[in-house]
Design a protein around this ligand. Structure first.
Ligand code: HEM
Length: 127
């Protein structure tokens, strides 16, 4: 009864590559840089754990940190629709650079888009 998951198709190495490339773009993005820590080492590590389980791999994030409660963890940050789009554009670049093939790429991006929209907690574009 094992299901073939996005994580199986991707593999740990490519998932880690996507996350590393993603935070490279986040660190360069004028609208995202201000809300992220200067040192993204721990953020990268947690995101690798989270996306591993998000895409159907072993529950690495939950094993170390407990239930993700992602929306609550994002509440301290002003997440406008514009910031969600910025987050997704950094991810789109990372997927392209890591040469993630179709239909895997679209399947991943759709799930991430859904979750990114769910993180929006402000309509105030000024902050
Ligand atoms: C943490 C921003 C969407 C997963 C964070 C942090 C920020 C942030 C500022 C804190 C970083 C730190 O202190 O280390 C955003 C913005 C998003 C967004 C602007 C736009 C919609 C997402 C999405 C996911 C996600 C779509 C998952 C698919 C995570 C995880 C953490 C995190 C796993 C670490 C949580 C922890 O501290 O344990 N995010 N995020 N984020 N984000 Fe997001």
């Amino acid at each position: 009864n094992q299901k073939y998951t996005a994580y199986d198709a991707l593999g740990a190495d490519r998932l880690n590559e996507v996350v590393d490339r993603f935070y490279g773009h986040v660190a360069d993005h004028p609208d995202l840089k201000p809300i992220f820590p200067d040192d993204l080492t721990e953020t990268r590590r947690k995101q690798k754990q989270f996306l591993t389980q998000f895409f159907g791999g072993p529950p690495l994030y939950t094993e170390e940190h407990g239930h993700p409660m992602l929306r609550a963890k994002h509440m301290p940050f002003t997440i406008t629709p514009e910031r969600a789009d910025a987050w997704l554009s950094c991810m789109a670049q990372a997927l392209t650079e890591a040469e993630i093939e179709e239909p895997l790429r679209s399947a991943m991006f759709e799930r991430l888009s859904y979750t990114a929209r769910h993180m929006v907690n402000s309509t105030d574009s000024a902050t």
